[in-house]
Design a protein around this ligand. Structure first.
Ligand code: URA
Length: 433
């Protein structure tokens, strides 16, 4: 087989066979196919798409590109939660300790920021000392002892996704349905979890901009997960508005901690409780209403926060930073973004908000970029709020001042202000079983 022929076939709209898909994944992981050819194939897939069978074959090839974990030594039902990616989406940091505190085991593999979206691993790395690369035995031991561990993708687990993820991030090939499905489900299926709840984002800050496309993404992932014998559920949730007020790694960890303490923003808290309740329900902890009450109680009595702090400590981080988030350093420089006119914020282009945070250093523009954990944006006003001309709508943070002007410009251009108040949109738009 030749990579050239595979690229050409997909470029011309052909259907790739399972053998071709398995071959290129295997050879890429072995270092026998260069990045530029795989980037070209990703672009062809981006434009031509993949049918259900090709998507399933790609997903299973990604899963089989490395070891598949055996979690049989972890006692009890194992659950996982994964978001398709958004701006200000720190739900994993809140939801997973809540469900772990209620006796459901969370053995989770997370990703780094991708395109304009943030990633759980980058956020966790904002906690000094936190180790995201635990050996498998230590990972399982922590899940058994603490109830939860979150690691990054190591070289052994779904290595094809690790390579593809970094390549797509810098070649404008992230927002492709089959590539998202195979990336998320490839690594989810390599881990030995029983239940998976997906948070499929929709709207201007997500990779799928329309409800229709997001539903298709959710249905395909749920179907592939079920084919592999998992209990699956997907929530389709709004990403037309950034979640919470914080965008950027340490800012988001602090906001997640505040949410676990019961002081979180209303939208973030609502979504975290819903996601936790769906996970608990799928794990047979009771009907949805009971599970919702359990999740709320884990916030009210502090058990979710304690579990998060215990996980941080078990993974080498300083627990005191979680219990006293004022320890997180703030960036050396800040910059105030002011409204240019008076009126209601009727719409924001949330992807641009994500890009603005990248310009400040919160994400990567090339595979080699190093993240500034303190960089990001703290929103002072969101969609639906009334602002007067000159009111502060956001504060930008960074260790260097060079990105402020461009980030502020991007933010202002992405913020629509009108005289009429917008209609409030629901946060949870659909559920796919
Ligand atoms: N999250 C992933 O893990 N992969 C994607 O492609 C998009 C979001």
């Amino acid at each position: 087989m030749r990579m050239y022929d595979i690229i050409q076939k997909k470029r011309d709209g052909g259907e790739l066979s399972e053998a071709e898909i398995r071959w290129f994944i295997e050879k890429y992981v072995q270092g026998e196919i260069p990045d530029y050819q795989v980037a070209a194939l990703c672009m062809a897939i981006y434009f031509r798409g993949m049918n259900v069978e090709e998507t399933a074959a790609l997903t299973f090839a990604v899963r089989d590109s490395g070891d598949c974990l055996d979690f049989s030594e972890i006692h009890g039902l194992r659950v996982d939660k994964h978001s398709t990616g958004g701006v200000g989406d720190k739900t994993s940091l809140v939801v997973t300790p809540i469900v772990a505190s209620l006796g459901v085991k969370v053995a989770k593999m997370s990703g780094r920021g991708l395109g304009h979206t943030g990633g759980t691993i980058d956020k966790l790395e904002a906690i000094p000392g936190f180790r995201i690369d635990l050996p498998v035995d230590e990972f399982k031991e922590i899940v058994n002892r603490v109830g939860i561990a979150i690691v990054g993708q190591n070289a052994e687990l779904a290595p094809a996704d690790k390579l593809l993820y970094a390549l797509r991030d810098v070649t404008a090939t992230v927002d492709s349905l089959p590539l998202i499905v195979s990336s998320i489900m490839g690594k989810k299926l390599a881990a030995d979890d029983d239940c998976i709840v997906l948070d499929v984002k929709t709207g201007s800050g997500s990779f799928m901009k329309t409800l229709e496309k997001s539903r298709e993404l959710a249905e395909r992932m749920v179907a592939i997960g079920k084919r592999a014998g998992k209990r699956m559920r997907a929530l389709i949730t709004d990403m037309d508005i950034p979640l919470g007020f914080a965008i950027g790694n340490s800012l988001e960890v602090v906001e997640a901690v505040e949410t676990l303490k019961g002081n979180g923003p209303a939208d973030l808290t609502e979504l975290c409780i819903a996601l936790a309740a769906h996970i608990l329900n799928l794990a047979e902890k009771g009907d949805y209403e009971t599970c919702e009450k359990l999740a709320k109680r884990a916030i009210a009595d502090g058990s979710g926060l304690r579990t998060f702090a215990d996980m941080v400590e078990a993974q080498g981080g300083d627990k005191n930073w979680i219990l006293h988030p004022e320890n997180f350093p703030t960036a050396k420089f800040s910059y105030s973004v002011k409204a240019k006119e008076s009126g209601y914020i009727t719409h924001v282009d949330t992807e641009s908000y994500g890009v603005a945070s990248l310009l400040l250093g919160a994400g990567r523009n090339t595979k080699e970029d190093v993240i500034d954990p303190t960089a990001g944006i703290y929103l002072r006003a969101k969609t639906g709020d009334f602002v007067n001309e000159g009111d502060e709508i956001a504060v930008l943070y960074s260790e260097k001042q060079s990105g402020f002007a461009a980030a502020a410009e991007k933010l202002l251009a992405a913020t629509e202000i009108c005289k009429e108040a917008p209609e409030k949109q629901p946060l949870i738009l659909d559920i796919v079983e």
